[in-house]
Design a protein around this ligand. Sequence first.
Ligand SMILES: C[S@@+](CC[C@H](N)C(=O)[O-])C[C@H]1O[C@@H](n2cnc3c(N)ncnc32)[C@H](O)[C@@H]1O
Length: 207
Amino acid sequence: MTHDSRLPPRDRFEGYYAEPRAPWDIGRPQQPFIEAGEAIGGRVIDVGCGTGDLALWLAERGRAVTGVDFLGTPLEAARRKASDRGLPVNFLQMDAHAIGEIPERFDAATDCGLFHVFDDAGRAAYVAALTRLLEPGTRLFLLCFADAEPGEHGPRRVSERELREAFAANWEIEKIEPARFEVVPGIPGAEFGPGGARAWFAVIRRT
Ligand SMILES: C[S@@+](CC[C@H](N)C(=O)[O-])C[C@H]1O[C@@H](n2cnc3c(N)ncnc32)[C@H](O)[C@@H]1O
């Protein structure tokens, strides 16, 4: 299966998950989420959860977690890991643009590598869905590729300005800091600098 960026997103992600390892599937949460730790509390939704490592890490620390992804393949892996570890994570197969319809309330949301997947229209619709889902005061913790990362391979690069513009209405940006997005080493076409691709880690509060 090719990872041609012109493929529809579902086909592209199916292609990645058909490989032995998807480049982002490092087997543990990305470091900025580990460092945010305690701040990601209560009932948490992880949007674009993939094979569930962040959701499971949070569940191991007592959070009530819902993981959402639009593909069945990574969710099967996520459910298997949850069952092996005896963790009660609620994994939902759903498009991120539909999360505004989820009736549950959440205290925090995480997005590790989903925001940077969308084109402009998809991004605006995603932020609208987050806005509908999350009540004022709820924080979103988001890690995306940054425009400081050279090249065009991999996901879309995001500037700080784009992040601020996407969340200009109904949200307050509490923090945007440079970070790294680690990848599985040695995957052809997914090579980035030592420590991972340059990224932004943002904490954004629904107002
Ligand atoms: C870069 S991966 C990151 C996965 C996971 N968060 C991690 O860090 O390992 C992006 C994930 O978002 C999912 N995804 C992409 N577009 C989506 C959409 N429109 N709705 C829900 N999930 C989506 C993909 O299937 C994939 O699992």
